[in-house]
Design a protein. Structure first.
Length: 397
């Protein structure tokens, strides 16, 4: 039998649900219809308290309607919405989609957002320690951004990520890859090998003498090269669209990547040759951009021929008689990003400050430069301390 309290609606016990149920009306919806609500509890008192609390939340406009949307569904909706609104580029859409695919493997992804607690988030984040710190940061940030959107959409009242200490961002257990550059001797071997008639050799000259990213080099136009003042204007880079196709990005990798950098006299004849071409882009084949992966493959080939960082890999293959044979392959364990590191290393060896190097490389902040090249800077720490020591001795004499 139901009972009605003063302003509390109807409260009754359901034998089928083995629960107390409270039904009440809280004003009207935007369409004019009555705003009917139901709450459940283990006692009449509990239900009554829930009704009072709900009415107060509605009055204060803090009440959250029941919503069954899951974390991954809202996340994908947000990413698609941003792309359709042209808020994010195709490359950013692709990156966020790949990050969302990782999140989709976590237990938290299929949970309804309204049911997610800090313990659920932390237990899921504990499963991504095998990824790099960069990937972990992307996962952490995308989940937090999704919950921010859930707050804006009135799905939840607050984002647990904003509560200090509630969510623990894990650290990667992967060993950070050491920044590897060509040694001075390897650089000499490489430049000597480049004297031969290799395709795309101009890309490698520009990379090793400017520290530009390969994607930045491959997107250069004639207007980007100021021969008279020996300046390169960097304002864009190659990227990939949502279908993994190489395209011209609207900007550089970061805002700081938009920069002007000087180039040495050795590059003047190379740029003059490239500018003399009919196409406005310096590197363009069959009306399309050259893929950075194509450049990377050629770089490996050149370094192998120059005997730079060569390794021997054994592969098993079956011959005509279906017998297993071991094939010894000579491969060069290099990638084109090493040319950027080589440039930076030579700059540090010459005594260039981290602040200047940061601007030349287009790093967002000085910490990136210092953290990336810590080992290189440390290598010259003792020499600098010795200079200081000798200077102090001369002052005391």
């Amino acid at each position: 039998m139901s009972k009605r309290g003063n302003g509390e609606g109807t409260i009754y016990y359901s034998e089928k649900l083995n629960k107390w149920i409270g039904q009440f009306t809280a004003g009207r919806k935007d369409n004019g219809k009555l705003n009917r609500k139901s709450v459940y509890g283990n006692s009449r008192k509990e239900v009554k308290e829930k009704i009072i609390k709900t009415l107060a939340e509605i009055q204060n406009k803090t009440f959250i309607e029941k919503n069954n949307i899951t974390l991954i569904d809202l996340m994908n909706n947000i990413i698609d919405e941003q792309f359709e609104a042209n808020v994010i580029s195709q490359s950013t859409y692709r990156r966020k989609t790949l990050t969302a695919k990782i999140i989709e493997t976590l237990p938290i992804s299929k949970m309804e957002i309204q049911n997610i607690k800090a313990i659920d988030i932390n237990s899921s984040l504990a499963l991504i320690k095998n990824y790099s710190n960069s990937v972990i940061s992307k996962i952490y940030g995308l989940i937090s951004a999704t919950l921010d959107k859930a707050v804006l959409n009135n799905i939840i009242s607050s984002n647990i990520f904003n509560v200090k200490g509630a969510v623990v961002k894990p650290k990667s257990i992967k060993v950070d890859k050491k920044v590897e550059a060509l040694t001075i001797e390897e650089q000499k071997l490489f430049l000597n090998e480049l004297k031969k008639d290799y395709k795309y050799k101009e890309v490698f000259y520009i990379a090793i003498y400017t520290g530009m990213r390969v994607g930045e080099i491959l997107s250069l136009t004639k207007n980007d090269i100021d021969i008279q003042n020996k300046i390169i204007k960097i304002s864009k880079t190659l990227s990939k669209d949502k279908n993994d196709k190489v395209i011209l990005g609207k900007s550089t990798k970061t805002y700081a990547g938009m920069r002007e950098i000087p180039f040495l006299d050795v590059l003047i004849p190379i740029f003059n040759k490239l500018i003399s071409q009919t196409n406005n882009f310096l590197f363009f084949e069959n009306n399309t951009f050259i893929s950075p992966s194509t450049i990377n493959s050629q770089f490996k080939r050149i370094c192998k021929n120059a005997n730079i960082k060569v390794i021997i890999t054994d592969l098993k293959r079956k011959d005509k008689n279906n017998e297993i044979k071991i094939i010894h392959l000579r491969l060069s364990n290099v990638n084109t990003h090493m040319l950027r590191h080589t440039y930076a290393t030579r700059c540090i060896e010459s005594g260039m400050s981290a602040v200047v190097l940061q601007k030349l490389l287009g790093h967002k902040d000085i910490e990136t430069t210092l953290n990336t090249y810590t080992s290189v800077f440390n290598k010259f720490k003792d020499d600098e301390l010795l200079k200081f020591q000798n200077y102090m001795i001369t002052l005391n004499n």
